[in-house]
Design a protein around this ligand. Structure first.
Ligand SMILES: Cc1cc2nc3c(=O)[nH]c(=O)nc-3n(C[C@H](O)[C@H](O)[C@H](O)COP(=O)(O)OP(=O)(O)OC[C@H]3O[C@@H](n4cnc5c(N)ncnc54)[C@H](O)[C@@H]3O)c2cc1C
Length: 323
């Protein structure tokens, strides 16, 4: 029986959500390939609570003091040693900011391919990794030569709400990193300012995308949101333009929301946006492009110019409220 490894990122003993999602993908793959599945946790002496009773064969804890805070050089050195002794078919990780930093270095060290930012896989005798390109407009299938493959899964690629049940055995690996030269020193951890706009609690959200065209047009979306008593969300370009503060951003690098109603206005539905809103109860999309990816997950779609439809929608809603 072969082996799969899943790297599980933690901070102060709390496992990252993206790692748990990648773990779900790893569980499915382990079952498909009939491989055992071992989790790897750096910098802890005891098993994090989230891993205590889920479906995993074993957890390898690496408590070396150099791994207590993130350092790419120590991470690469530790994983390099693990890969020399464990020889798994796959090393899987969530596509976190840290993973983006150290996995390419590891791939270079091991001279093995890294297939990053995957949104899934499929298997028809051969394993293909699904990656999106051109801002999610095209999905590509990637395969590699035989041997170890390092894979990172995009946030939201899998749902982590059911990780099965089990009681993984725990193995502690004593890896000596004291001789590893380190030129990267961690600074103060960046702390996001507390969100002022709490989209997380909003029952309705009107989210605006680049299709709004100009900053002045935001007033149309605001008025629609006010009429619906909804929060105002946005895709990332709107934040990058400086038209709304970052608190409004929905997606992989913004907030994750699941309102009763999500009304997306002039946004394409790129994967990085979808991961933050696809669990909404009812998704309505307004977009002038019938092939926009948002329509694939929308419950209701309106193919129209938002500059025409949004004011009309607001007017109709106001009229109904007045009746
Ligand atoms: C590491 C990383 C993290 C990211 N994190 C996030 C994130 O958290 N959130 C996020 O949203 N994005 C994120 N992105 C960016 C993401 O990849 C997309 O670029 C972004 O979501 C696109 O935003 P958009 O849909 O507003 O713009 P576009 O993709 O440009 O879509 C605009 C849409 O508006 C439509 N449109 C244009 N004019 C009109 C009109 N008059 N009426 C109706 N429809 C119209 C177009 O047909 C088009 O579909 C991230 C990217 C990276 C690389």
């Amino acid at each position: 029986m072969g082996q799969l490894l899943i790297f599980i990122q933690q901070q102060d003993g709390i496992v990252s959500r993206v790692s748990l999602e990648a773990l779900k993908g790893a569980q499915e793959l382990a079952a498909l390939l009939d491989h055992s599945l071992a989790g790897i946790v750096f910098g802890l002496e005891t098993l994090p609570d989230e891993l205590a009773d889920i479906r995993l064969d074993e957890v390898l804890l690496v408590p070396a003091p150099e791994l207590t805070v993130y350092s790419p050089e120590y991470y690469v050195a530790a994983m390099d040693e693990i890969l020399s002794t464990e020889s798994p078919a796959l090393l899987i990780a969530g596509h976190t900011y840290q993973a983006r930093d150290w996995l390419p270095r590891l791939a270079r060290r091991r001279e093995r391919p890294l297939i990053s930012d995957c949104v899934g896989y499929h298997h028809n005798g051969e394993l293909f990794w699904v990656r999106q390109i051109f801002q999610g407009k095209i999905s590509t299938d990637v395969t590699t030569t035989p041997g170890l493959v390092i894979v990172s899964f995009q946030s939201g690629a899998f749902r982590s709400d059911d990780l099965g049940s089990g009681s993984p055995s725990v193995r502690t690996l004593d890896i000596d990193l004291s001789q590893v030269p380190s030129r990267v020193y961690p600074g103060e951890r960046f702390q996001d300012a507390k969100s002022i706009v709490d989209l997380d609690r909003a029952e309705r959200i009107v989210a605006v995308g680049r299709g709004i065209g100009e900053e002045e047009n935001l007033a149309l979306a605001r008025e629609l949101a006010d009429t619906l008593e909804a929060g105002l969300g946005s895709s990332r370009p709107i934040i990058d333009y400086g038209w709304l503060p970052h608190d409004h951003q929905v997606g992989s690098s913004g907030q994750t929301v699941s309102p009763k109603l999500y009304l997306g206005v002039g946004l394409s539905g790129a994967i990085q946006h979808q991961v933050g809103m696809k669990n909404s109860n009812c998704i309505v999309a307004i977009n002038k492009d019938p092939n926009a990816p948002i329509f694939e997950i929308a419950d209701y779609g309106i193919v129209a110019d938002l500059l025409e439809i949004v004011p009309r929608l607001t007017t109709v809603l106001k009229e109904r409220q007045e009746k």
